[in-house]
Design a protein around this ligand. Sequence first.
Ligand code: HC1
Ligand code: SF4
Length: 574
Amino acid sequence: MVNITVNGLPLEVAKGTTLLKAAKLVGIKIPTLCYHADLPAWAACGICVVKVEGSPKLFRACATQVQDGMKIITHDPELYEIRRTVIQLIMSTHPNDCLSCPRNGNCELQTLAADFGIRDVPFEHRVPEIPLDDSTPSIILNPEKCIKCGRCVNVCQQMQDVWALEFIGRGDGTRMAGAGDVLLNETPCIKCGQCSAHCPVGAIYEKDETRTLMRAIRDPEKHVAVQIAPAVRVAIGEAFGMAPGTISTGKIYAALRMMGVDAVFDTNFSADLTIMEEGTELVKRLTEGGTLPQITSCCPAWTDYMEKYFPDMIPHFSTAKSPMMMQGAITKTYYADRAGIKPENIFSAAIMPCTAKKFEITRCEKMYSSGQQDVDLVLTTRELARLIKALGIDFNSLPDEAADSPIGRYSGAGTIFGNTGGVMEAAIRTAYNLVTGKELEDVKVNAVRGMEGVRRGEVDIDGTKVRVAVAHGMANVRDVMREIQDAREKGKEPPYHFIEVMACRGGCIAGGGQPYNTTDDVREKRIAGMYADDEKSVIRCSHQNPEIKQIYKEFLGKPLSKKAHELLHTNYTP
Ligand code: HC1
Ligand code: SF4
C-alpha cells in the first residue's frame, strides 16, 4: 500500500493504482475521453492531466501510477483551461453535425463540450474528407468522426484478437481504417460490434434499421412477429435510467405491443429448443461416438471467427442453429400454420444485444429453411431503446405483460443463455436428464459460473465425468482451440467433451449492440440479473418447458428428427 493525498485528502491505496482510480476513491471523476475501463490506458487525448505537488510536469491520470507520498491536484483554474483547450482542439478536426449524428445525446465528446460550456473553437476547422465504410451488414465506420482515441483498434486487436482495424498514416494524416486500408468487409472482421460499443463518438455505430420495422408494422399485409433475446432484458432499462441488471422483460413485451407489433415471442423459448437439439447431439456424440469436444455455435461472431481462423474445428461445432434462427424458422412454419397465416405474410424481427446477428440472418441458405428468409430483421438493444423513445412510450411506467403462445414460454435455463457459462449450465441440466432420466437436485452448476476468461471444470453425470470449458472474449478462445489441436496432433484424448464459446466478454449481456458504457462492473450486474431471473423461474430446465414438449409432440417429433434437421440445424464452410 502507498500513502498519497488527493486535493489534500489523505488516502491509502494499493501499489499500482492509477491516479484516475485513486481520485475516484475520493469522489472525483477526472474527465477522460480515450480511456475505457476495459482497455489498457492509451494516454492519447490528454484530457485527464493532473498536477503533482513539487513537479513542474503534468501527468496523465489514466496512465500514471501512484507513488508513496504523492500529492495529487485534480483540478485548479489552470487545469480547467488546459482541458478546455484540449477539447477545443479535438473539436477543430471534428464535424459539427451533432443533430444528425448517430451518437447525438450520448456522445462523450458532446458531453465534455457541454460540461465545459464551450461555445466557440478558436482554431481553424479542418475536417478530413474520408469516405464512409458501410460494407458490412452490421456496423458503419465514419473515419471523419474519429478522434483517434484508439479504443476501437485496441478492443479489436487486444480484447477480440481479430485485428480487423488499424490506424493508417502518420501525424495529422492518421486515420482509423480496416486493416490493410481495405473495406471492413474485406478484413477478418467478425461483426461483433465491440468497436462500436467502445467508440466514444459517432465514428463507429450499428446499422440503424429501426425504420424498416416501422414500415413493416404499417404494412397491412404483414403480420409482424418479434422475438427478444435473453440478454436484452437485463440491459435495455439502462437506456431509461434503470440500474444495470434490472429485469424488464414484461415492459419490453408491452412496449412492442404498443408499437403495433402483432405477436411477441421470446428467444428464450428457442434457447430451450436449442438445448434439446444440442444436448441430444452431445449425448449422442458421447455415447455413440462422434467428434469431441462439441463446441457451441449460437454466437455468430464466434462461428464467423472459427470459419476464418480455425476451419479445422468445423466438425466440432454443434450443427444446431442459434436460438434466434430456430425461432425464425418455427415462426414461419409451426406458428404460421397454427395461426393460419401465410409464411410470406409474416415479418419476423429479432431484438438482439448483438450486431453480428444482423449478418447471421443471411449468412447461408440454411437461414431460409421455412422457404422464406426465416428472420427478416435484427434490431439491437440500442435501436429498440431509441425507437421506444421516439414513439413517446413511457417505458418505466409500462405494466408487465406476458409473451404470446405457443412459442413464448421459457425456462430459467433459456434465460441464462445470455451470459458466459449459461449455455453450458443449461445444457448440463438437460443432458443429465437425457442420460439418467432423472432430474438434478441442484440445478446450479458453480463450476461454469464466473468471469474468468477461460473456466475449466468437470461435471459428473451419473458416474460419467464430462470435461467442460467455457471461454468468452475472442482473445481467450484461441488458447482453448490450440489445446484441442495440440491433443489431436499428439494423438491424445481431447482435453474436453464440451466447450461453450461467446465472442464478447461476459457473453451476450455485453454484446456489441447493448447500451453504452459497459464495464466489468456493469457486466457483473447484468449477469446477476440473469441468474436472478433464472432463480425466480418455476421451470429451470429446458426439457421441462411445456411449450417445448408441445412443439415436439405436435410438430417436430423428437430432437434430431428429420424435420428438426431441416429447420433447426445448419452447416459451416471454411
Ligand atoms: Fe445471445 Fe443467443 S444467447 S447468441 O448470446 O444463443 O445475441 O442474448 O439471442 O440466438 O437465446 C445474442 C443473447 C441470443 C441466440 C439465445
Ligand atoms: Fe473488430 Fe468486432 Fe469491430 Fe469487426 S466488429 S472491427 S471484429 S471489434
